[in-house]
Design a protein around this ligand. Structure first.
Ligand code: UD1
Length: 355
């Protein structure tokens, strides 16, 4: 019996995490599927890429397109040019894309132009602002997908509003597949001192120095110890404001790996972040996240009161931390860590029906 060939395209940090969960699931069904992995090379530093493959036991990608950094249009064009050759050679039954990066939308457009079936993991999420690069990627990808795996009911409703009713499956968040059942150990060096775990990397904050200044000002005034895991683009942006920015209560660390990040979040008093991944993971551990973006696609976590949108605004960030109160409900609205299984089952049904 011949196997179905799944081809995953990834390129940026959050996608490696989702790929790890998906690859693990595909391996469990290796009688039915083979899995080809393409890395676009959008992220290339060890901290941003290699360490995730190592610690999450993802096999080396079958291909690396080495598109690197640059203008988003150039990144996408390079990605598509590389992918078209691979798609023609590999002839996958289905292409899997994850999340909302430039790699995601480039692969989606390429698959649809090559007439290959396309499944989008993390479909249906919207931030309702087309100035956000990720929003454009979300819209492009969902406009050409054949199968939509959405983490939340809100995702399903968004797709419904756009007329997408067939092949829409609410699966919960795929990253939770890795976390559930796994204990993230406390980090010894943190002792019992309460701290805030912080990240900041979205273009709205790193390309707009007024926004970044507001965020840094809040950080300077906070009374907690702050562990700031700093993305390379944020490092460069902070340097543009002040090359010697180093408040005494702030510890700057390089972007940690997946499990270390989980430990930092799980043990934190608060998170301050613009990362969609950390917003969900904080919710999962019942740690409040103060969101330094003007919006989030993880709206359920806001509605339940666990996370707060403060935006890049000093006063609102400080007020959010001062006034936060533990909500009475926590509904696990982002799923129960079985997304991978639901996804593979639906892919199998879909491809089988087309044999
Ligand atoms: C990308 C995704 C974002 C995701 C994030 C996770 C898009 C539009 N954005 O943002 O959705 O949340 O990844 O981290 O696809 N850089 C390095 N080393 C690297 C990679 C990047 O130094 O390995 C620096 C470069 O200066 C580069 C900048 O970071 O220009 C931005 O990288 P890019 O891939 O364009 O977007 P991210 O900000 O990483």
């Amino acid at each position: 019996m011949s196997k179905f060939k799944i081809l995953s395209v990834v390129g940026a940090r959050p996608q490696f995490i989702k790929l790890a969960a998906m690859h693990r699931t595909i391996e469990m069904y290796s009688n039915d599927f083979e899995h080809v992995i393409v890395h676009s090379g959008q992220h290339y530093d060890f901290n941003m890429s290699g360490q995730f493959f190592e610690e999450l036991n993802i096999p080396n990608p079958n291909y690396n397109l080495e598109i690197g950094s640059g203008h988003h249009v150039v990144q996408m064009a390079k990605c598509m040019m590389g992918l078209v050759e691979i798609f023609e050679k590999e002839e996958p039954h289905i292409v899997l894309v994850y999340g909302d990066t430039n790699t995601t939308s480039a692969a989606a457009i390429c698959a649809s132009k090559c007439n290959i079936k396309l499944a989008h993991i993390e479909a249906g999420l919207r931030e309702w602002d087309k100035t956000i690069p990720e929003e454009i990627n979300k819209l492009l990808t969902d406009s050409v997908s054949d199968l939509y795996f959405t983490p939340t009911e809100t995702g399903r409703e968004n797709l419904l509003k756009e007329g997408k009713i067939e092949n829409v499956f609410v699966t919960g968040d795929i990253s939770l597949d890795l976390i559930t059942g796994k204990k993230t150990e406390a980090i010894a060096s943190l002792s019992d001192e309460p701290y805030i775990f912080m990240t900041c990397h979205r273009a709205a904050n790193t390309d707009n120095l007024d926004n970044l200044r507001e965020i840094l000002l809040a950080v300077e005034q906070l009374k907690y110890r702050i562990i700031f895991a700093i993305h390379p683009r944020t490092r460069k942006a902070v340097d543009r404001i002040n090359t010697s920015w180093a408040p005494e209560h702030v510890t700057l660390i390089n972007p940690p790996g997946f499990w270390e990040t989980q430990a930092y979040i799980r043990n934190a008093k608060f998170c301050i972040t613009d990362s969609g991944g950390i917003i969900k993971e904080a919710y999962f551990y019942k740690v409040p996240a103060i969101i330094i973006d003007k919006q989030t696609e993880w709206i359920e976590t806001i509605n339940e009161g666990w996370n707060i949108i403060a935006g890049p605004n000093t006063k609102r960030i400080l007020a959010a931390i001062e006034n936060w109160q533990k909500p009475e409900i926590h509904t696990n609205c982002l799923g129960d860590g079985r997304a991978g299984n639901l996804i593979i089952k639906e892919i199998h049904n879909y491809l089988n029906a087309r044999k």
